[in-house]
Design a protein around this ligand. Structure first.
Ligand SMILES: Cc1ncc(COP(=O)(O)O)c(C=O)c1O
Length: 434
């Protein structure tokens, strides 16, 4: 058994002064306790007990270039002595805005924010101001941050969630005012008929439809062929904006995110996480007429750390790497991720474990199920989570770090040797739980 004595002791100490011993509730989900790390380098993390982990959590997505990527670290280090926040503009903001608008589909104008959560709120406000409507339609199992307005039906218990064809909005946390549920319509994802019906039930009321274009938080699942185009058209027909939350998929599933991959263009898009390769940055971008409500209608958006010097420097340096040869790193990432996905499926078959490895090469999950691959949140949570947890635990024992659902984020730093090492460890882990 790996030894976590120092993490356990430090967690006990930390809990006395840091609520729950963590800075984000997501981090509770770690055994035997939330682990403490002292260093990350490339694909590896080093914990305070001296255990080495090949990391497939990657900070839940940002570390697309691995931990402490040299080009980004060098650029940020060079910027440090210039200051951090000016409460004013600086040239790196202009450069980054121009590069993003040049690169990304449907992005004519951007605004910078610090976290995905607040960027989502800004998109909601823009959509409401632009359309003069109030309701936001979101999909069951999709996560858009932890706020009152967004943390609704992100991972609802099916006892509370109502029928699949017209789910009941479920508040995700105590302390959320019930009134937020009135402004939220929840639909099942990946089914155009369900969305059509929701538009009919709320005719003329929906300001925007927001989604993770590839469901990741509810379990990695690609949109069905034609689904995103259909959503695009339904939004247009019903006078609602289409908001793509590419906080995870942006700069991960391809240089131009899910929209580039599937050839669809939203009205507003939110990027965060991988865009600055580990530094805090979120971007809201979209068509000029929508974004211009900031000026025309005086829509308020603020934030002390927005556009801070280091995040701008990090994003520019990350883009240099990600954009080189029109996204050559993504072709490698795709090939390695595909090999890992196929290797994991073959290992499961060898050990006679019923498994579907699903998602995209840069973000996928090992689902334990005898059934068909899940297409939405309800099918995803119907898979055997205890088996997934057992696999995650066995992987951790072998030095492979995934989240507790056996979800894998890949980075550019996961080279062929790391994939080989991972597959050998996964073979032993699968044998242990079979
Ligand atoms: C799809 C999606 N949207 C929004 C958020 C919120 O972003 P942040 O954690 O930066 O506030 C997340 C975070 O995991 C996310 O996965």
């Amino acid at each position: 058994m790996r030894n976590y004595a120092k993490s356990i002791a430090l967690y006990e100490r930390t809990r006395r002064t840091l609520a729950g011993g963590v800075s984000s509730n997501v981090r509770y989900a770690s055994a035997p306790v939330p682990l403490f790390f002292e260093r990350g380098e490339g694909a590896r993390l080093y914990d305070i007990d001296g255990n080495v982990h090949i990391d497939y959590v990657l900070g839940n997505g940002p570390a697309i270039l691995g931990h402490a990527p040299k080009p980004v670290i060098d650029a940020v280090a060079a910027s440090l002595a210039q200051g951090q926040v000016y409460a004013a503009q600086h040239p790196r903001e202009t450069e980054l805005a121009e590069r993003l608008c040049r690169l990304l589909p449907g992005i004519e104008v951007v605004r910078f924010a610090t976290s995905g959560t607040e960027a989502v709120l800004m998109a909601f406000r823009l959509a409401r101001a632009f359309t003069g409507r109030t309701k936001i339609l979101k999909f069951e199992g999709h996560y858009h941050g932890w706020t009152d307005q967004a943390y609704i039906s992100a991972r609802p218990s099916l006892n509370e969630a109502g029928p699949a064809d017209s789910p009941v909005p479920v508040a995700g946390s105590p302390g959320m005012p019930p009134s937020v549920l009135e402004d939220t319509v929840v639909a099942g994802w990946n089914d155009l008929d369900l969305l059509k019906q929701a538009f009919e039930r709320h005719e003329g009321e929906i300001a925007a439809v927001i989604m993770e274009p590839v469901m990741v938080n509810g379990g990695p699942t690609e949109p069905a062929p034609g689904y995103l185009d259909g959503v695009r058209a339904l939004c247009r027909d019903n006078g609602a904006l289409f908001i793509c939350d590419e906080v995870i998929t942006g700069f991960r599933v391809g240089l131009r995110g899910a929209q580039g991959r599937y050839g669809v263009t939203a009205d507003l898009t939110i990027y965060a996480k991988a865009v600055a390769a580990g530094f805090p940055l979120a971007v809201v971008g979209g068509w000029r007429d929508v974004m211009d409500t900031l000026l025309d209608k005086g829509v308020m958006h603020g934030g002390t750390y927005n556009g801070n010097v280091q995040s701008m420097a990090a994003a520019l340096a990350a883009l240099d790497v990600l954009e080189a040869n029109d996204g050559a790193v993504y072709r490698d990432l795709e090939a390695r991720g595909t090999r890992l996905m196929q290797g994991l499926a073959a290992i499961a078959e060898k050990h006679k474990m019923p498994v579907k490895v699903q998602g995209l090469p840069a973000i996928f999950q090992v689902y334990f199920t005898e059934g068909a691959p899940p297409r939405n949140y309800r099918e995803s949570v119907a898979c055997d989570r205890d088996k997934a947890l057992a696999f995650h635990t066995a992987l951790q024992e072998e030095g492979i770090r995934t989240n507790q659902n056996a979800k894998f984020f890949l980075s550019v730093a996961h080279d062929e040797a790391i994939i080989d090492e991972t597959l050998a460890a996964a073979d032993r882990a699968m044998a242990a739980i079979a």
